[in-house]
Design a protein around this ligand. Structure first.
Ligand code: R5P
Length: 300
């Protein structure tokens, strides 16, 4: 589509570039900076009149700043006559506060969705967005929404790297991750997939158990996010207890906060990789192709 332009937020310029190449469309410059008092300033440096504007933003680590940039860019694009605004949210923030776990809390993910609409975002493309209690983002976001998956790309990389073969069992570490395990396994023509059970006691405390028949099997774990690494460490112990042999781990969004990666390595979990939604030292796969397909689909 020739009437698409990509505008990059400041979070992930390499992915914006790859996306513009994938879609063969212009990457329009934008000035993004802070005023001396730390407030954000944005200015789109080009003509977006009658264009389908795609804002690429990956809102990890500095979610408030990146969200604000996306809101301001969207509003600026609409004010300048854009035909539509699509937010390609490579990493969607606040998705894990999708319930009022304790009285007095907001449902943060719903607040973010409302803000997007208020700033003129018509369409939302997410990548393997965390969907635990809010399964359907269409229930909290007023515009069109498509979630694309990098699980097929991750598994494909795992196969090429010799970690996954036709007998490998793909496992998600909790019930929500069954969807990632299913996509991953089916895209590679693997029969065996399943999920473990996780209980969360705090930000870093989890327990994982399961009843899968993993005896003597090679096991590859997939999840949407690795943050502190606790989930993966406990899942790997559960896999061993069930007689499986962990051959690798992949996630869409590698946050690896603090020393998470070191913690994984210390547990002997060394074959870990992720996509470029949140660039990090384990990034092996780009989400540009998956995002481009979602963007083309949502603009049909
Ligand atoms: C939550 O349920 C997600 O799907 C991930 O399993 C979770 O965010 C991983 O977090 P951590 O690495 O801190 O255990």
């Amino acid at each position: 589509m020739s009437d698409i332009v990509i505008i990059s937020g400041s979070s992930n310029a390499p992915l914006s570039y790859l996306l513009s190449k994938q879609l063969k469309v212009e990457l329009m410059p934008a000035e993004i900076r802070k005023f001396p008092d730390n407030e954000k300033y944005v200015r789109i440096d080009g003509d977006v009149k009658d264009k389908n504007v795609v804002i690429l933003q990956s809102m990890a680590f500095k979610p408030d700043e990146y969200l604000m940039e996306a809101l301001l860019l969207s509003s600026a694009a609409k004010d300048a006559g854009a035909k539509s605004v699509t937010l390609a949210a490579a990493y969607f923030p606040y998705a894990r506060q999708d319930e009022r776990f304790k009285p007095g809390e907001p449902i943060s993910v719903a607040v973010v969705a409302q803000l997007l609409t208020a700033a003129g975002v018509d369409n939302l493309v997410t990548v393997d967005v965390h969907r635990h209690r809010v399964i359907d983002f269409g229930s909290i976001f007023k515009g069109k929404w498509i979630d694309v998956s990098v699980m097929p790309d991750l598994v494909n990389y795992g196969k090429k790297a010799g970690l996954i073969d036709n007998d490998t069992f793909i496992v998600g570490p909790d019930s929500e991750a069954l969807q990632w395990a299913k996509i991953a396994a089916e895209s590679a023509g693997l029969k065996n997939y399943g999920a473990l059970k996780k209980k969360r006691f705090g930000d870093t405390e989890v327990s994982v158990s399961g009843e899968l028949n993993l005896k003597g099997k090679k096991v590859f774990i997939v999840d949407d996010i690795i943050s502190t690494g606790s989930t993966i460490i406990e899942a790997s112990k559960a896999v061993s207890e069930m007689g499986g042999k962990l051959v690798g781990v992949a996630c869409a969004h590698g946050l690896f906060v603090n020393d998470a990666l070191y913690k994984l390595y210390r547990e002997g979990i060394t074959d870990v990789f992720s996509s470029d939604t949140v660039p990090n030292q384990t990034t092996r796969v780009s989400s540009a192709e998956a995002l481009s397909k979602g963007i083309i689909e949502i603009l049909k």
